[in-house]
Write a protein of this length. Structure first.
Length: 189
């Protein structure tokens, strides 16, 4: 009996010293798990990818990704590209050359990188906007996207504030992206 008790004490002692607490076990395993993890590299943004090459992508908390709560207002702003259309917080609006008149060709990963300019109700024309060129289309996801001169309008995830025009002349998702002039054409700069 004494041998059994002695063997039991040794077994319990070995188990206790080998296992440690769950926290110690997790911490001990962490370096081993991390040696096989590689941080994502900063590779150029490829067409079809949902993450821009640099800068933070628009997130659900970004104003350009928020669900509209009323009619959106479109304005004209003077930028390094000249006068162009802007939306929420003065952010640049773009057109996509792959869109067909009144039909968006940008969804899923494309819409994550190039969030559509959405509205609840008819958009409002600000100063410098030709109200007769403003319109809307229904997106496949059910949202109402603003159009100007029949071009569906988008923001760019890399633009973080008013005046940013990082999306100008970008080739992405099988087409080209341009800021939009008050006449409803591609900005040239």
């Amino acid at each position: 009996m004494r041998k059994l008790l002695y063997a039991g004490v040794i077994t319990v002692g070995l188990l206790a010293s080998g296992c440690g607490s769950a926290e110690e076990h997790d911490n001990a395993a962490q370096p081993a798990a991390n040696e096989h993890y590689t941080e994502p590299s900063e590779t150029p943004y490829e067409s079809g990818s949902a993450t821009p090459e640099s800068g933070a992508p628009a997130s659900p908390t970004s104003p350009v990704m928020a669900t509209p709560t009323g009619p959106a207002k479109i304005d004209v702003a003077q930028t390094s590209l000249g006068k162009i259309l802007v939306g929420i917080e003065g952010r640049t609006l773009y057109l996509f050359t792959e869109d067909k008149k009144d039909k968006s060709a940008c969804s899923a990963a494309c819409a994550a990188a190039w969030p559509p300019a959405l509205t609840l109700g008819q958009p409002q024309a600000g100063t410098g906007i030709n109200g007769s060129l403003l319109g809307t289309i229904k997106r496949e996801d059910g949202g109402t996207q603003i159009t100007y001169n029949k071009h569906p309008l988008y923001y760019y995830a890399k633009d973080q504030k008013a005046g940013d025009t990082a999306g100008q002349n970008v080739k992405d998702f099988g087409g080209e992206w341009y800021a939009v002039t008050p006449e409803g054409k591609k900005a040239k700069h």
